[in-house]
Ligand binder design. Structure first.
Ligand SMILES: Cc1ncc(COP(=O)(O)O)c(C=O)c1O
Length: 442
């Protein structure tokens, strides 16, 4: 019972309801890790597995960074918790200041959450609150995009452009209109941003015509869609969205839960693509994945507008989480900020990106692939379904890759590669060699 080794005892695997996982299959044939260090994860049998997806895009600085562990340990021994409503601790303020040195200019007010999903739902509320206090409470609609992933809370599900994430729970959710996704057939195997497809942003203009742009609160997009399988924005696409939002008084929200913190080779996708949103959500690598944390960086005047509209001594924004700006998460994030600065981690990602992208595209000749998409330190290999149900081959491939000691995430038939930024060329080469060896059998 209490001492049962979950690796050996099938019964001991039954209680844990695993998220986004095939529970029945996993409990028959578990694929576990028991340790991590640098770019490596370790199986129970001791085998070293290269973490080619940085966990879930979190572990930019590599696993088990002692600086982060030490900071969390010290924090938990100093102030383990304090309520974040009407009370605070100094590290929350310090972290907000540090985060604002990385965010695009003007987005310097920072609200903390515990995840990407919470950041998205919080940003939706901020948009609604902002419009309401300006006498535009009729702006109740949102615009999202096919193939978007904005987390799993109900707001994010409403924005979700992935059918399995909405089929069971999201079909009745009102208020969201969808633009088409940006994966055009003519852009298959293009490196980086495609030249064609900017006109897809005109979908927003059509939605504005259809429902009235003055009824739309915000447009949510991932600057480069990540979870679906790396969809870099066509050149000019985000600029056009920005212009249309400005023309209609709509807030533009970049969901940078994956693209943020260096994945694009810049602090945020906003800087990479030269387009500044009004709100920007983030999570994951803000703590290197070592503690749960998310955040929203907000244009200062949006914060000012909402807070100034509130009472002199009362709550201005009725929203927050028990664990908002949790002391241990703040300590982890501050240690991570130090790592970003000390190791120029984002510069390192930018420096490795061309090598990484070239290497990934060297797999183009594999007969099983129908597309390769890439940007920054993120790429996706899309497998042909080969007559099987969508996602079946992707699922089999990620299992075979684990068995060959390479860890990555699959979405549908796309395999997503997003190495830690500490990866050396030799690690990239090993990723490519393993992918070639395994995918040659598909
Ligand atoms: C763009 C985007 N938004 C939101 C989320 C949800 O984040 P979390 O799983 O931390 O709730 C994710 C997760 O991958 C994401 O990629």
């Amino acid at each position: 019972m209490g001492h049962a080794d979950p690796l050996l005892e099938q019964d001991a695997r039954q209680n844990f309801w695993m998220p986004f996982s095939p529970n029945k299959e996993f409990k028959q044939e578990p694929r576990m890790f028991v340790r991590g260090e640098g770019v490596w994860l370790y199986k129970p049998n001791g085998d070293q597995v290269l973490d080619a997806s940085s966990g879930l895009f979190c572990v930019a600085a590599g696993h088990c960074r002692p600086e982060i562990a030490q900071a969390v340990f010290e924090q938990l021994n100093t102030l383990d918790y304090t309520m974040p409503f009407t009370r605070a601790h100094p590290k929350a303020f310090e972290l907000a200041q540090r985060v604002a040195t990385f965010t695009p200019e003007g987005l310097n007010r920072v609200f903390f959450t515990c995840s990407g999903s919470e950041s998205v739902d919080s940003a939706m509320k901020m948009a609604l609150a902002y419009h309401r206090v300006r006498g535009q409470g009729h702006r109740q609609l949102f615009v999202s995009r096919e193939r978007a992933y904005h987390g799993v809370n109900m707001g994010g599900v409403a924005l979700s452009g992935m059918v399995n994430n909405r089929r069971s729970f999201g079909v009745g959710l009102p208020g969201v209109h969808f633009m088409r996704h940006t994966a055009l057939p003519e852009n298959r195997f293009v490196q980086g941003q495609p030249e064609t497809g900017a006109d897809l942003a005109e979908d927003l203009a059509r939605i504005c015509t259809m429902v009235g742009g003055d009824n739309i609160a915000a447009v949510f997009v991932e600057p480069a869609a990540g979870s679906f399988g790396c969809l870099p924005p066509p050149k000019g696409y985000l600029d056009r969205l920005r212009a249309l939002c400005d023309a209609h008084g709509i807030l533009l929200v970049f969901d940078e839960v994956i693209t943020g913190w260096g994945r694009m080779g810049t602090p945020f996708g906003a800087q990479k693509f030269g387009v500044t949103p009004d709100l920007l959500t983030m999570a994951k690598a803000i703590t290197n994945g070592a503690q749960p944390m998310g955040a929203i960086a907000v244009r200062q005047d949006i914060y000012d507008t909402i807070t100034e509209a509130g009472p002199e001594r009362g709550v201005e924004f009725f929203h927050g989480y028990t664990y908002s700006a949790h002391p241990a998460s703040c300590a982890a994030a501050l240690a991570m900020m130090d790592i970003f600065e000390r190791e120029d981690l984002i510069g390192r990602a930018a420096g490795m990106s061309p090598y990484f992208i070239e290497a990934i595209h060297s797999l183009r000749d594999l007969p099983c692939l129908v597309d390769i998409r890439s940007i920054g330190m993120m790429a996706a290999l899309e497998l042909s379904p080969a007559g099987q149900p969508p996602g079946a081959r992707g699922h089999e491939a990620q299992k075979a890759l684990y068995d060959a000691n390479l860890n990555l995430k699959s979405t549908g038939d796309s395999l997503i590669i997003a190495p830690p930024f500490i990866a050396e060329k030799a690690h990239i080469d090993r990723i490519i060699d393993t992918l070639r060896a395994v995918l040659s059998t598909f």
